[in-house]
Design a protein around this ligand. Structure first.
Ligand code: ADP
Ligand code: MG
Ligand code: ZN
Length: 552
């Protein structure tokens, strides 16, 4: 076994690479001879492409990531850590996918009795349910290996399997543990936390970090041999004067192993999430000769790819581009104005996507354009029986926003109804649906937003509630923006991207093919994974009704 394979297994707990491409990227990054550009769809496992090399490298990997909220340490984790420590318990933060439970145990150096003793249990579902005093722990000695919230999450045969595998069954309250301490913690919300559960030293520096913690990190970095392997940092922070002495110090001592730029499309004005601070990275790069760079994104049409290479000064990068097609996503378009009651329609969709026939339940995202519709849709869904919370930048206090997000992340609320400010880098594997209540501003953004569904590879649903009224409004806004923007040559990219979005909704044809072709890929084999391929007649009939409505 090579060092790479061993690290993959023992440090990350993965049996094998997700794909040939993932492996190729990891090896190319480890080699470090050339810069690397990676474009792989959401869920393909891009993080590992720099995390694994970081573990093997001598020195520090700097990860540039726009996600302030997501790379933040959460106090709640510490709470569980404490509770666990006090009671001499070990704990795990499984991530809501089937096999991750077993994996997490192994990562913690804990071997389940018998091969795959934990595979196939639907119990990790429990980790996204709020534990209560009825929550059950399966223990062996002073280690617990499973926290469930029976009777909801474990089928009875699984329960007896667990008991027969030699584990004792007990409850939180009988152990004198406060269930609220557990309830807050279970999902590892972000990469840094996740790495910590793997015993990989990672930290983040961001504007919200308490001063003391920041001092500790900086002290480590400036020490003779820093222990930190990965430092997550926002583009603003890496460019800020206060960070320069530290950066210079690690660079001059040759301790900077790798620069990883995640969500690299943010560097491009033609990308759908342009962040001016990303442009500063070009200057940063020129000060770091000899440090290889890996840039990663899920969406990059040719033009954006070129921008990234240019802005980050990638030197003839090795390029890995995976097709955008994801066969587990089912796309469809519903004309909202044709519905007698769109809220009831949305509710039925959400219910089906969440409950379905499976015992498992996941969560969902509804995207709206305005704050009012976020509030409205969340309220309606909740009234109809699906717990939903709004998330938007305007009006909601930062605290409420964080609570909404945490409630959703930790499974207390099934659905979050959000403006697009929500979701950058949200790493939740079990998002079963993404519904757009309003039109997205471009097909690229739509692909990115809807792509937050189904990262675990299980079937998931992406629905657009289309309305020509939305189209006209957005059209107006985009053109206005355009006029104001550039005096020189009028750039048509945003308008063309928007028109592609509209065509996606209004034209007959495979939705997956439309997306793939937009990104320059071949037409994929959809095989019924969109409404048109599933039943073209229904799509046609809907278009006819819509056109009848508009000419009336
Ligand atoms: P991306 O950034 O490409 O959207 P992530 O890096 O967030 O994807 O990974 C998506 C999910 O896939 C994560 O839950 C991650 O733990 C998992 N994953 C990554 N690599 C592997 C692998 N080799 N085997 C199994 N799961 C993996
Ligand atoms: Mg990612
Ligand atoms: Zn199709």
């Amino acid at each position: 076994m090579t060092a790479v394979e061993r690290t993959l297994k023992t440090r990350f707990g993965f049996e094998k690479f997700r794909s040939r491409q993932q492996e190729d990227v990891v090896r190319a990054v480890i080699k470090g001879e050339r810069d690397v550009f990676v474009c792989m769809p959401t869920g393909a496992g891009k993080s590992l492409c720099y995390q694994l090399p970081a573990v093997l490298a001598t020195g520090i990997t700097l990860v540039i990531s726009p996600l302030i909220a997501l790379i933040q340490n959460t106090a709640s984790h510490q709470t569980l850590g404490k509770a666990a420590e006090l009671n001499n318990f070990r704990y795990t933060a499984a991530r809501g996918t089937h096999s991750s439970d077993a994996r997490s145990f192994r990562r913690l150096g804990w071997s389940p009795s018998g091969p795959d003793a934990f595979n196939g249990f639907s119990s990790c579902r429990a980790l996204s349910t709020l534990p209560s005093k009825n929550s059950t722990l399966y223990t062996r000695g002073k280690s617990f290996c499973r926290l469930t919230s029976e009777p909801f999450s474990l089928k009875s045969n699984h329960r007896s399997d667990l008991c027969s595998s030699g584990l004792e069954r007990t409850t939180l309250s009988s152990l004198g543990l406060d269930s609220s301490a557990f309830g807050r913690v279970l999902p590892s919300l972000d990469q840094v936390e996740h790495l910590k559960t793997l015993n990989i030293l990672a930290s983040s520096i961001n504007s919200k970090l308490p001063l003391e913690e920041r001092r500790q990190i900086l002290a480590d970095l400036e020490s003779e041999s820093p222990r930190l392997k990965l430092l997550y940092i926002t583009p603003e922070m890496v460019a800020s004067p206060s960070f320069q002495p530290c950066l210079n110090s690690i660079c001059s001592r040759g301790l900077l192993a790798l620069l990883a730029v995640d969500e690299a499309h943010c560097v491009s004005q033609w990308g759908h999430d342009f962040r001016p601070d990303y442009l500063k990275l070009g200057e940063l790069r020129s000060r770091l000769p000899g440090v290889p760079c890996v840039a990663l994104t899920a969406t990059a049409p040719k033009r954006v790819q070129e921008d990234i290479a240019h802005a980050l000064r990638l030197k003839s990068p090795l390029t890995f581009v995976l097709p955008v097609f994801r066969k587990n996503l089912k796309y469809d378009v519903i004309f909202r104005d044709l519905l007698p009651d769109p809220y009831i329609h949305l509710h039925a969709f959400a219910k089906e996507a969440l409950g379905g026939s499976m015992a498992e339940k996941g969560c969902g995202i509804v995207y709206c354009r305005t704050r009012e519709s976020c509030e409205d849709v969340a309220h309606r869904l909740t009234k109809l029986g699906i717990m939903a919370k709004p998330y938007h930048a305007a009006g909601l206090k930062a605290g409420d926003r964080t609570t909404s997000q945490a409630d959703w992340m930790e499974g207390r609320v099934a659905v979050i109804v959000a403006t697009i400010s929500f979701g950058m880098g949200v790493d939740k594997a079990d998002v079963r649906f993404v519904a757009h209540w309003n039109l997205a501003k471009s097909l690229a953004s739509y692909y990115q937003e809807s792509g937050r569904a189904g990262r675990d590879g299980l079937p998931s649903f992406c629905r657009m509630y289309y309305s020509p009224k939305d189209r006209d409004q957005l059209n107006f806004l985009i053109r206005k923006e355009e006029k104001r923007g550039s005096q020189k040559e009028l750039d048509k990219a945003p308008i063309l991207d928007f028109e592609a979005m509209v065509a996606f909704c209004e034209k007959e044809g495979c939705r997956h093919a439309t997306i793939s072709q937009f990104f320059g890929d071949q037409k994929p084999n959809c095989d019924g994974a969109c409404d048109f391929c599933h039943n073209p007649k229904v799509v046609r009939a809907q278009l006819e009704r819509a056109s009848a409505l508009s000419t009336r």
